[in-house]
Ligand binder design. Sequence first.
Ligand code: ZN
Length: 516
Amino acid sequence: MRYCVKLFLFLLLISVSVNAQDKKQIIKDIFKEATENSQLEKLAYEITDLIGPRLVGTPQMQKAHDWAVATYKKWGIPAQNEQWGEWRGWERGITHIDLISPRVVSLEGMQLAWSPATKGGAITGGLIIIPDMANSTAFQTWLPQAQGKFVLISMQQPTGRPDDNWKEYATPESYEKMNREMEKAAKEWNERLSKTGYDRQTLPQALEKAGAAGILMSNWSGGFGVNKIFSAYTKEIPTLDISLEDYGMLYRMVEHGDNPQIKVLAESKELGKVPAFNTIAAMKGTEKPEEYVVLSAHFDSWDGGTGATDNATGTIVMMEAMRILKEIYPNPKRTIIAGHWGSEEQGLNGSRAFVEDHPEIVENIQAVFNQDNGTGRVVNLSGQGFLHASQYLGKWLSAVPEDITQHIETNFPGIPGTGGSDYASFVAVGVPAFSLSSLSWAYGTYTWHTNRDTYDKIVFDDVRSNAILTAILTYMASEDPERTSREKTVLPVDPATGEPRAWPSQRPLVREGGLD
Ligand SMILES: [Zn+2]
């Protein structure tokens, strides 16, 4: 009997150490596959340059979904597009804006998303600036002057140089002076707009109603050459964003009475109601197929650039991690899912729909790993308010090479995220979902929702590191002998109520968007 126990312990020891050996080898192999056979550059090229931006409701979004399914199939991973809603269909066409008087030059600008086209080809017209009127009644008497004109609704920026450039080169006095000027100009412009009696959404519509030819704006992002491009509010006339440089020039010409004329061609197509999808890929678990590890990244983007760092990088991290796992760990213990969500940009719609539509999966998720905020290497990992996250995440992280983990600051148990990206859709229903949070690389100024969010901004070494991190965390989460705890921490007291803050709640999504 005693002999038997000894033998059993001996065998157990061997199997534990063999397991540890296997684990080490698998992690080595993941690293090797990611570094020696990386597909990241190819995937990035295809999704950004070739397919282009992925605005919900556009043919490019659909093309991207089909591309992702085909790419997974090529790797031997089953994938499909799951419809969760419908959206206003629209396709961006050519935008061409030229100054034709007092001199001729092509201007840098583009239609906003869902902007109406110019009717019957190019339109030529003069310019007018939103005036500084005493109040909304006075503005109403001014409105007819917008008839037939392109109306400038943004302020003229006092400088086209970013703050850090001023800080580096200006004298302290002139730096301070410029800061004051910027503040004053912004404040005065906001007052001017509010005195019209309209807001950002209703002002373009009032101008449209008054017979304006188009709306000109410049949503400068605070860096050299960057504007943020969102959606238009007009229904009949085009809304155009113009670069800071060209917008400032037009503005000064109007102010000086030089009567600039521009010619605008804006082509776009309304495509009615189109279906909206998530792409879901899955590698079935062998031992616990009803339990899930979810790789998560939104698939859609705004369309000023090609959505390279928001969120092609998160997308290709998850695709590459899936590809590597299929090569190295083809028979996972738990089922591994990649969720490429649609319409995150309009309110986490795709992931919220998935949570609503798949309670049987959501109940049995071991962990969600989401990546969104840019191209940088992961530097931050919060426990999102899950009391025991430090135990399991800590254990999984310990398997990741130090070259990668040395950059990562952890925050346990942390506070649950209420929005910002798709992990919040899962956290809201108590699923351990984590954000692989990136180093900034000037994301907020230069790439987030800008016209410069393009392939060349991708930092492939960092993205590769993130793919390795994701693949190893997924492998560890899948192999963990234990289910993760969903126990929540007691949140800090809300000073307003004196009670602990409430856990974020599941919010409704938009299943039919942009249609009114
Ligand atoms: Zn994003």
